[in-house]
Write a protein that binds this ligand. Structure first.
Ligand code: F6P
Length: 536
């Protein structure tokens, strides 16, 4: 990988110069000037329609930014990633979540070993366990079939599987699926309230198997379970997914029930691996495989399409354009379907844990902006919550609108209205409303300033045929590759997460202080907070 400060690239200079020329231009004027803009700035790919024409960019931006990607070595970086080079340098690891969803017959060597046979073996095991649970051959300790499946994990071991199970709940079978993540004991106890011990299966998911939250929850669940059952029954009710086999055995989980994870699959990119077991159990393995295949197809598009026709790469350009040139700090994700209500939250970890970095790949502090703040919620709910600020606030917030042409429950009147809102909002954000229009509508002059919409607010529309496992897989992969491309262009390492370590360590110290009742903290605020808690 090239490790170049992007602001020193020739193309960066060109982008800056062009930005100065067009920065105040209105999106509507871009449309007026170029009659074929809509065609030039929208792509069809499989079931996707990707329209980025309602952005403050012109053809030249796309051209120069494609040049920047060439200059920064994005093509080689993509090749390095897919071929298993150790691009996660600070952890000395490859980044191969794409291999887990690869169905080709090609070999993939990692440290001199072809990883594909092992990937196939795990997939086969995911299928066997899912089938056995679904057809009722997997029985609980009293001989009854399993009715509830609980995923116990946090961060990447929770957000991805949870988001996918929720997003594809239309395709779900009879299992009740539940997720425990927070170390908050009230969380785990509320979930356990709904779980019959004799028919509940727990999947403990932790890549490291050292995460405080997951281990504490797993121990609480085991004690709760052992109040009703015996140690020998654990094998019928506990499965583990982890790369730390020694720790799992110490916990007491049967060898047969262990799904090994590889250190070349990053936590926040792991839903495609055995971390997604709960997806396969609750949707059936066939649907899990469709999810993987959709992602794999987006992988091929990302690897093969030229940059100016490459959906994830263009998404990264748009983000960099607003972040580094307009100074926008946030990006909103607005899915027009309740099924995707956790998608913004899922993307927060995927994007912010990856690109929230301030040191570049040479170990130097960056002198430019990197990772954006990701937030959002579903339309139309969001329209009645925070859209006011997007329309009339002081901040420029680029937004991705995600919608599906077909409704799953075929409630077509609802769907017509839902999609009408999706489309209308992208139009309203762009065109706004000016003084003249308001005056012609006889709006009292003292109210006119409050009713003006400046417009020129950028949106990207991702309009997909239908919410299916395959299309969801492709959508998630598109964002993963956007994140990857951003990281390459910003010259940062996207696959480590050292920034979460300090808080973990200090939480352990404070916990020890609380446990030992000996105050050792010297900061007066911290000491006072501990005191208040200990005396409560
Ligand atoms: O919060 C840091 C982190 O390491 C995430 O990257 C990861 O997804 C999460 O913790 C959970 O880690 P593990 O799967 O090892 O329990």
């Amino acid at each position: 990988m090239k490790n170049i400060n992007p602001t020193t690239l020739k193309s960066w200079e060109k982008i800056s110069a062009h930005f100065d020329i067009i920065k105040h231009k209105n999106i509507i004027d871009f449309f007026k000037e170029n009659k074929s803009r809509m065609k030039e700035m929208s792509y069809e790919w499989e079931d996707f329609y990707f329209d980025f024409s309602k952005n403050r960019i012109d053809e030249k931006v796309l051209k120069i930014m494609s040049g920047m990607a060439v200059e920064a070595g994005l093509s080689d970086a993509i090749k390095d990633c897919f071929s298993g080079k150790k691009i996660n340098v600070t952890e000395d690891r490859s980044v191969l979540h794409t291999a887990v969803r690869d169905f080709s017959n090609e070999k993939l060597n990692h440290n001199g070993l072809d990883v594909i046979p092992e990937i196939r073996r795990i997939r086969k095991k995911i299928k066997e366990v899912s089938d056995k649970l679904i057809n009722g051959n997997w029985k609980g300790y009293t001989g009854k079939r399993i009715t509830h499946v609980v995923n116990v994990g946090i961060g990447g071991s929770d957000l991805g599987p949870k988001m996918v199970c929720e997003a594809l709940s239309f395709y779900k079978n009879h299992f009740k699926t539940l997720f425990v993540s927070n170390i908050d004991g009230d969380h785990v106890m509320e979930i356990l309230k709904d779980c019959p011990p004799e028919t509940t299966l727990f999947i403990i998911v932790s890549k490291t198997f050292t995460t405080q939250e997951t281990l504490t929850n797993a121990e609480t669940i085991r004690s709760w379970f052992l109040k009703e059952a015996n140690k020998n029954d654990i094998s019928k009710h506990f499965i583990a997914v982890s790369s730390n086999l020694k720790k799992i055995e110490e916990f007491g989980i049967d060898k047969e029930n262990i799904f090994p994870m590889k250190n070349w699959v990053g936590g926040r990119f792991s839903l495609w691996s055995a971390v997604g077991l709960i997806i396969s159990i609750s949707l059936g393995y066939e649907n899990f495989e469709k999810l993987l295949k959709g992602a794999n197809s987006m992988d091929k598009h990302f690897k093969e399409a030229p940059f100016d026709e490459n959906i994830p790469v263009i998404m990264s350009f748009i983000s960099i354009w607003y972040n580094n040139f307009y100074g926008s700090e946030t990006e909103a994700i607005i899915p027009y379907t309740e099924y995707l209500k956790s998608f913004p939250q899922y993307l927060q970890q995927a994007s912010m844990e990856s690109n929230g970095k301030s040191v570049d790949r040479n170990g130097d502090p960056v002198n430019y902006q990197t990772g954006t703040i990701i937030w959002g919620s579903t339309g139309t709910n969001a329209q009645h919550a925070f859209f006011q600020l997007i329309h009339q606030g002081t901040k420029l917030i680029p937004a991705d609108f995600i919608g599906f042409k077909k409704s799953l429950h075929k409630k077509n009147v609802h769907h017509d209205k839902l999609i009408a809102n999706f489309i209308a909002q992208t139009e309203a954000l762009m065109i706004g409303k000016n003084q003249k229009e308001l005056a012609s509508e006889k709006v009292p002059s003292d109210l006119i300033p409050y009713k003006i919409f400046d417009g020129n607010k950028p949106t990207t529309s991702i309009f997909i045929e239908k919410l299916t496992p395959y299309n969801l897989g492709a959508l998630i992969a598109a964002y993963e590759h956007k994140i990857f491309s951003q990281g390459i262009l910003w010259n940062i390492f996207s696959f480590d997460q050292w920034g979460v370590e300090l808080g973990k360590k200090l939480a352990n110290n404070v916990f020890e202080t609380i446990n030992s009742k000996k105050i050792i903290k010297d900061n007066s605020s911290t000491k006072n907070l501990i005191n208040i808690y200990m005396n409560s």
